[in-house]
Design a protein around this ligand. Structure first.
Ligand code: FES
Ligand SMILES: [Fe+2]
Length: 358
């Protein structure tokens, strides 16, 4: 049998270029979102990011830590245990691990025994803008989390919806970058008549510029009620910009709305994501003159104002995305037909992000 020669770089590149996008891995050298801040307490929580089980917990000072969710003693999940004096204690035999992942205590260690030298992986983790950002790369992070400046800003009202879909992350990003699917959401009146104008593209992001009709105009404080009462809505043209800022997604519709989708790809056929919708009060100029406590009160009491809309959009999108994945699994070779050139750019970015790891 002739021996297989190692592949030269150029043919490796073309292998990645030709590889099915539905089987692409992720570039781990980015910050992914693994939980909302409010989900993480002193009780450990298990999450999964691209097949890696991770235990998240807070120490006494409230700082969040992320450790591999595996006790090296008998390989059970550490997230079933508890936090004891800032250490993560396994539920089974009570071994404890510090935030560096080192075994710090074994309750039945004999006087003549040393602590086992086993160590589990710790992940860089940050709490920022209401979310827990985790860096799964092997090297120390050289980039910052995307961040959501509107989360704390008093002029923005937030709504959060969680996406759990049984599909590869590429289906979700393509759904979010293809504004022609407003057709699916006609009954929810999110946007209408999208038309792609222009695409900007580099190695980190794709910006697709559409024009569209918006149903909402948030120019007075009472106009927030358009989110609840369809009869108050009026169609009018607005720029609609959608960006794939690898690995996340950001969009703006006119000056009134900004939406983020923060990704946590779980596996090749499962994706979790957090959709965050901000309604801007910027054009209500009198608001700026009101006391901070009152503005905070308005922001907090209107939290979730777009919940019905956002949850409705997610249900409709997830159904389509999961059907796409199922159809792919049944017949991976079947060709699809695409007319939106933004999706060509999106697939190119996904591939090049993975190719950069080679
Ligand atoms: S399995 Fe974790 S302490 Fe034994
Ligand atoms: Fe959608």
């Amino acid at each position: 049998m002739p021996q297989r020669m190692p592949e030269p770089m150029s043919s490796l590149s073309s292998t990645v270029q030709n590889r099915d996008v539905r089987q692409l891995g992720i570039n781990p050298n980015h910050w992914y979102v693994v939980a909302r801040s409010s989900e993480i307490t002193h009780q450990p929580v298990g999450v999964t990011l691209w097949q890696q089980a991770i235990a998240l917990y807070r120490d006494r000072t409230g700082k969040v830590h992320a450790l591999e969710d595996r006790c090296p003693h008998r390989q059970v999940k550490l997230s079933h245990g508890q936090v004891m004096v800032d250490e993560l204690e396994c539920a089974y035999h009570g071994w404890r691990f510090n935030s560096a992942g080192e075994c710090a205590a074994v309750p039945y260690l004999a006087a003549n025994q040393k602590l086992p030298s086993c160590k589990i992986r710790r992940y860089p983790v940050k709490e920022q803008d209401g979310f827990i950002w985790l860096f799964p790369g092997e090297r120390e992070p050289s980039v910052e989390p995307l961040g959501l400046p509107e989360w704390e800003h008093l002029n923005y009202i937030a709504t959060v919806s969680i996406i759990n879909c049984q599909a590869h992350y590429s289906y979700l990003i393509e759904n979010l970058m293809d504004m022609y699917h407003g057709h699916l959401h006609q009954d929810l009146q999110a946007w209408a008549e999208a038309s792609l104008q222009d695409i900007d593209e580099d190695i980190h992001r794709i910006d697709a510029h559409y024009t569209a009709q918006s149903f909402y105009k948030i120019d007075k404080i009472w106009s927030i009620s358009q989110l609840f009462f369809p009869a108050l809505r009026r169609l009018h043209p607005e720029p609609l910009d959608v960006s794939y800022v690898y690995p996340h997604w950001v969009s703006t519709l006119g000056k009134d709305f900004k939406i983020y989708c923060l990704l946590c790809p779980v596996s090749e056929t499962q994706t979790k994501a957090y959709l965050i919708h901000f309604t801007s009060l910027n054009s209500f100029w009198r608001l700026h003159k009101l006391p901070i406590w009152f503005r905070r009160f308005v922001k907090d009491s209107l939290f979730g104002a777009a919940q019905k809309l956002l949850d409705g959009l997610v249900i409709q999108d997830v159904k389509m995305i999961e059907e796409e994945q199922q159809a792919y699994l049944q017949n991976p070779a079947r060709r699809s037909y695409e007319l939106n050139r933004a999706l060509v750019s999106v697939q190119r970015l996904m591939r090049s992000q993975v190719e950069r790891l080679k």
